[in-house]
Design a protein around this ligand. Structure first.
Ligand code: USQ
Length: 383
């Protein structure tokens, strides 16, 4: 297949490009390095520096003989993106080209505007590039479980049937984002649903939970192929942050009571899920397929205790502290999201084992000198 990866420089985009190239697909990775720029502006650089896309594509070619093409392009530029679709004629576009951080989106007006303009702008450009230049291309879009929030009823996979005054209708599941970032993804889903309803384009919207992990099978081959790994309060996700905190001797930063539950997954399972979605396009026309993408539920407190237990086993003395929650989120809440769709397509989850956590902590210990503890405490408040 011809696979276009938008956001191909990112934590998930780069391993995705390598994963598809390793399986013989023709891959074009596109990025304008927005996340790198925002990380530099907010002093949130990753643990280790990473090369730019052309250098990493060269490294893949010399190590494996597989080629990944790359382009520096702003995906909000609809004309340029449509031109790219015309030239490359993708069978699938995997759309990660978004500002991915909830805290960043809550910093102030400029960051709020950038998040909305970039995220909704890229999604609109992708839809129009498909309509204008590649009408049979399947859009695989990375959404987020955070679109649903934490409602006091079971969360379905994207859709819910509601009976009201004796009549029934099927709707997109009600959404309530916990940050402006999550709200931008809700808008993306609405755009995708609207244009699918109108034009019958093929869309899969993957509602993903927080991802953890340092590497992937392809990235393990060489240090130059590792994706960037954030542990700061803005771009780092919670398990990655706890692993670095344990290695650096900083007490784990549990926000509030730590009873918040989310659905987590290993980075390698993101790759599996995206591949399963790509190889099995949706069968219903005029409706996006929505799949909930996570493998295990944990509370933040459970995670902190797991990381502490594994870290202590490695001879570290890991502390846990409750810091005032900088976010406005429910801490005590019901959480029961369905996630059968990807399992039905064949997902074989990697669970969060003690070995996996130990491997991650040991990796960070080898790079302990690169940790800047000034990036750990939360700097952005929702208030
Ligand atoms: N948390 C802590 N301590 C920390 C960091 C986070 O207790 O040091 C808590 C947060 O309050 C939250 C939970 O851990 O309750 C998850 O936070 P996170 O920072 O790992 O995840 P989040 O900001 O929600 O965003 C991440 C990715 C985003 C993706 C989302 C999936 O950055 O791109 O969409 O996970 S989800 O959370 O399901 O919306």
């Amino acid at each position: 297949m011809r696979v276009l990866v938008l956001g191909g420089d990112g934590y998930l985009g780069w391993p995705t490009a390598m994963h598809f190239a390793a399986r013989g697909h023709e891959v074009l990775a596109v990025d304008n390095y927005l996340r790198r720029r925002l990380a530099a502006e907010t002093n949130s650089q990753p643990l280790l520096p990473t090369d730019d896309l052309p250098s990493r594509c060269d490294a893949v070619a010399s190590l494996s003989g597989k080629s990944i093409a790359c382009r520096d392009l702003d995906c909000t530029d609809g004309e340029a993106l449509a031109g790219l679709f015309r030239d490359f004629a993708p069978d699938t576009v995997i759309h990660y080209a978004e500002q991915p951080s909830a805290p960043y989106s809550m910093m102030g007006y400029d960051q709020a505007r950038l998040t909305l303009q970039n995220n909704i702008g890229t999604t609109l450009s992708v839809i129009w590039a498909v309509l204008r230049a590649a009408p049979h291309c399947h859009i695989v879009k990375l959404g987020t479980m955070g679109e649903y929030g934490t409602p006091n009823i079971d969360i379905e996979e994207g859709w819910i049937e509601i009976e009201h005054k004796g009549r029934k209708e099927r709707f997109l599941y009600p959404r309530q984002g916990g940050s402006l970032y999550h709200t931008s993804k809700i808008c993306d889903t609405d755009l995708l649903a609207f244009y699918t309803r109108l034009n019958g384009i093929a869309v899969t919207d993957l509602m993903q939970g927080p991802v953890y992990g340092i590497s992937s099978d392809e990235a393990d081959r060489d240090a130059r192929l590792r994706p960037h790994f954030h542990y700061d309060d803005i771009f780092g996700t919670v398990i990655n942050r706890f692993v670095v905190q344990a290695a650096a001797g900083v007490p784990l930063t549990v926000y509030g009571s730590g009873s918040q539950v989310r659905g987590y997954l290993d980075l390698r399972d993101t790759l599996q899920c995206v591949e399963l979605a790509t190889l099995n396009p949706p069968t219903k026309k005029f409706e996006p397929r929505i799949l909930n993408q996570f493998t295990e539920l944990f509370s933040v407190r459970d995670l902190a205790e797991r990381v502490k237990q594994v870290g202590d086993g490695l001879g570290l003395e890991v502390g846990i502290r409750s810091v005032p929650n900088p976010r406005k989120e429910r801490e005590e809440h019901f959480y029961q999201p369905a996630h059968d769709g990807l399992a039905t397509l064949g997902l074989k989850p990697h669970v969060l084992s003690d070995d996996r956590l130990a491997e991650m902590i040991e990796f960070v210990l080898r790079h302990r000198d690169a940790v800047d503890v000034g990036k750990i405490l939360p700097r952005v408040s929702w208030a």
